[in-house]
Design a protein around this ligand. Structure first.
Ligand code: MRU
Length: 373
């Protein structure tokens, strides 16, 4: 089923006080319209704020693949609603049939984007819940309802977790400091508030005078298109730079703090994030600038010992040879597009999570955070 476009007027983007816009929201069935997952179409930002309605898990998968929704925590929440939609739209009449349909949907959604572990984390939670309910002898209707409840819970939890990270991280940002960030890690990359951008936002809300350097984040331009848009709405002072300007600013003493998000963190703290993050880590180390990662525990993959095990998404080279649909490279130019890189833990000063800041050696500090559960 294709995604349906909704006008921003019908679904105003000024809403829950977390945004100042909703990245995603659940629309219950009403007035003859079926239930749907509404997503703020990030392909159209910053020019247009339009919500698209996903009516089934295939539409959710398409929205993830085409990056109408993106950012590791947002992908987790979207994946959970995708599983709820798979259950709701399934024609299954028996619990075991429903489980089989959920396995197909889970595999489909899981394969849309490989690097952000939050997607698989959320899908696994849904599948485990469904399996337990089947074993308890619950009905198809009950399983559908419980899956939707879980998706809503993951959604709410993400907003709360982001605020907790914001509180821990804001303390680390020096008052009057210049903060550099990469990609988009704000409300748009999460269910609301943001991870690294949430830390910046929390520092701003706490009254700290900060200025943000926003890496444009070639080739997909999440910084230029999305982070600049968010900071503008939040009225946080910022300056957009191209990625290659970061080293120059650091050499001139114009960066006091760096914070980025993460797509997957290994047990030893090695961190996969948007391509270009690794260069920032090396530069920060060379200039003795604190370099922090902000990410929820759901981004930590305890099943892998280090970053060499993280799958790196390769995206279309058209995103490199063109900008905004205009070709920049000669016809036939060879190009590459690894969409993420891995920053070794030795360059990372701390990982800001909802339970506090993990410090090196990360194997121990990360384990300790999980043991608090
Ligand atoms: O390709 P994207 O836009 O999904 O990549 C997003 C990032 O790399 C973010 O930094 C990461 O997901 C953390 S978002 C809070």
């Amino acid at each position: 089923m294709a995604n349906q476009e909704l006008t921003a007027a019908a679904n105003p983007v000024q809403q829950n006080g977390v945004g100042p816009y909703n990245t995603l929201e659940w629309r219950p069935a009403a007035g003859g319209q079926p239930e749907a997952l509404l997503l703020l179409d990030q392909l159209l930002l910053p020019h247009k704020a339009v919500m698209v309605a996903c009516l089934d898990y295939l539409a959710v998968g398409q929205a993830i693949s085409t990056m109408q929704v993106r950012g590791a925590p947002a992908l987790g929440v979207t994946g959970a609603y995708g599983m709820a939609l798979a259950a709701i739209r399934s024609a299954a009449t028996r619990p075991d049939e429903l489980l089989a349909d959920l396995a197909i949907a889970g595999k489909h959604l899981y394969e849309t984007r490989p690097t952000a572990v939050n997607l698989g984390w959320a899908i696994n939670r849904c599948q485990k819940l469904a399996l337990r309910l089947v074993q308890e002898g619950r009905s198809v209707e009950e399983i559908r309802a419980e899956l939707l409840t879980l998706a809503k819970q993951i959604h709410e939890d993400d907003i709360r977790i982001n605020r907790q990270m914001g509180a821990f991280g804001a303390e680390l940002i020096p008052d009057g400091g210049q903060v550099l960030t990469h990609c988009n890690t704000g409300a748009l990359a999460t269910a609301g508030f943001g991870t690294a951008l949430g830390v910046i936002r929390a520092a701003h809300e706490a009254g700290k005078k900060i200025h943000v350097w926003v890496d444009e984040t070639r080739p997909y331009l999440q910084g230029a298109r999305l982070t600049a848009w968010e900071l503008h709405q939040l009225e946080i002072p910022y300056t957009l730079i191209t990625d290659s300007m970061a080293g120059h600013l650091m050499s001139r003493g114009q960066v006091q703090f760096i914070v980025t998000g993460a797509d997957r963190i290994a047990s030893n703290g090695d961190t996969a994030n948007k391509i270009g993050t690794y260069s920032l880590g090396v530069l920060a180390h060379a200039h003795d600038i604190p370099f922090y990662i902000a990410a929820p525990l759901s981004t930590i993959d305890l099943s892998i010992p280090d970053g060499s095990h993280i799958p790196i998404e390769e995206r279309s080279v058209v995103e490199v040879t063109t900008i905004g649909g205009t070709r920049m490279a000669p016809e036939g130019a060879k190009a590459a597009h690894p969409a993420f890189d891995v920053t070794p833990a030795r360059y990372i000063h701390g990982i800001i999570t909802e339970r506090g800041v993990a410090r090196p050696p990360f194997n121990d500090s990360i384990k300790a955070l999980f043991e608090e559960e």
